[in-house]
Write a protein that binds this ligand. Structure first.
Ligand SMILES: Cc1ncc(COP(=O)(O)O)c(C=O)c1O
Length: 386
């Protein structure tokens, strides 16, 4: 068995991306160009969405979805208590208040009853996060939000190709936001995509990602002449990023198959370890995109995450944590809003007691045995020490 280093995540690029990038760099258009448009069309077709708008990052997409819907001071936006901080930051960028809701212990997804209990007349939006790629319970969340006239945005950063009732993530609410950060399901180096079926919202996001210009480059009859009809940002994806993203789409089917196979193989191997829980990747109508496998350690702290991570590292296996803290307890949010430990028990447990293991297509065939052996050794060590 090799002991070659297995990183937690690794971008998978080959000559296809290199050729596509060289072609862009050899031409005259590096921004505002046709490659991003081709990428958008291909992504929309794959997701089954009417519109896809490329953006400079997943975070930019989340911000634009709220901003284009005029979320602002005095508004509340419901956000899960465990997510990447980008989800909550997008609300802060708009001057609105994130209303944190705890998550479900069997999925890490926002708790629908918690959403229903938190919705009020100030709630403008609900941002669901498909935790590690498993879609949230969209039927009940969409219905509850509709009752108070709030709209729902999917943070689908880790949910490329995940499905709910057969529909792809990104088409399950008013809009969906994807991230193409290097170690996601697919990459465009940095970058993201917003999907929506709402033509008005798509056009507003398109305008607001480019300073609020009233016409695109192609639509400018007189070169350099435009008006600005709304506030906007510079949140465009460039053509090099678009070329990388476009080249990656064609590889997704094969890669999802590998992720699924790896997830199940590792889940089976860990099944004999009674102390460890692994989320089911199919729950109700939701089917995961298998971003990674979170090994959930006992709530009582009887297994030490640091010991396990150290054992895996010693055996050249990279791990990660999703996410390193409940967002309301991160210093910025705690100091601003006064949250205290104990208010989000499930999010706090997952933040402290889960370890993320790699299942992406870069892992070698012997990874299951290597990871399972390391976990067993680490558990043994922890037991001996206690
Ligand atoms: C759930 C979630 N939302 C948003 C983001 C931010 O995406 P980006 O890094 O493309 O801005 C991430 C990044 O990891 C994420 O995990």
């Amino acid at each position: 068995m090799s002991d070659e280093m297995i990183p937690f995540g690794q971008p998978l690029l080959d000559q296809t991306e290199i050729d596509a990038v060289v072609k862009v760099l050899s031409g005259p258009i590096l921004a505002h160009g046709p490659v991003c448009m081709e990428f958008e069309n291909a992504f929309a077709a794959r997701a089954g969405a009417e519109h896809a708008i490329s953006v400079s990052s997943g975070t930019a997409g989340l911000h634009l979805c709220l901003f284009a819907n005029t979320v602002g001071p005095g508004d509340e936006v419901i956000v899960p208590a465990i997510t990447h901080v980008a989800t909550a930051h997008a609300v802060e960028y708009c001057g609105a208040k994130p209303a944190f809701v705890d998550v479900d212990p069997t999925s890490g997804n926002i708790n629908p009853e918690g959403v229903a209990a938190t919705l009020n007349e100030r709630t403008r939006a609900v941002m669901v996060v498909h935790f590690l790629g498993l879609p949230c319970e969209m039927d009940s969340i969409n219905a509850a939000a509709a009752k108070v006239g709030a709209f729902v945005i999917e943070d689908a950063a880790l949910a490329v190709d995940a499905t709910y009732g057969g529909k792809k993530a990104g088409t399950l609410a008013r809009a969906g936001c994807f991230s193409f950060y290097p170690i996601k399901h697919m990459t465009s180096i940095e970058g993201g995509m917003v999907t929506t079926d709402d033509a008005g919202l798509a056009s507003s996001i398109r305008q607001r990602k480019a300073f609020g210009y009233d016409r695109s480059h192609e639509a400018r009859v007189k070169p350099g002449i435009y008006d600005v009809t709304m506030l906007g940002y510079n949140y465009r994806m460039n053509e090099v990023e678009g070329a990388v993203g476009l080249a990656q789409i064609g590889k997704l089917d094969e890669r999802l198959k590998i992720r699924r196979r790896n997830y199940h193989a590792l889940k089976n191997a860990l099944a004999e370890l009674d102390e460890i829980t692994v989320f089911e990747p199919t729950q109700g109508k939701a089917q995961s995109s298998f971003y990674c496998l979170n090994a959930v350690l006992p709530r009582d702290g009887s297994l030490d995450r640091d010991t396990i991570a150290a054992e895996l590292k010693a055996r050249n296996i990279g791990t990660s944590v999703h996410y390193p803290g409940a967002v309301p307890l991160m210093t910025y949010y705690r100091e601003k809003y006064g949250y205290r430990a104990g208010q989000f028990p499930v999010a706090e447990w997952l933040a402290a007691q889960t370890i993320s293991l790699p299942v992406a297509p870069h892992v070698p065939d012997d990874f299951v045995k290597r990871i399972a052996d390391a976990m067993k050794a680490a558990i043994h060590k922890t037991r001996m020490a206690s």
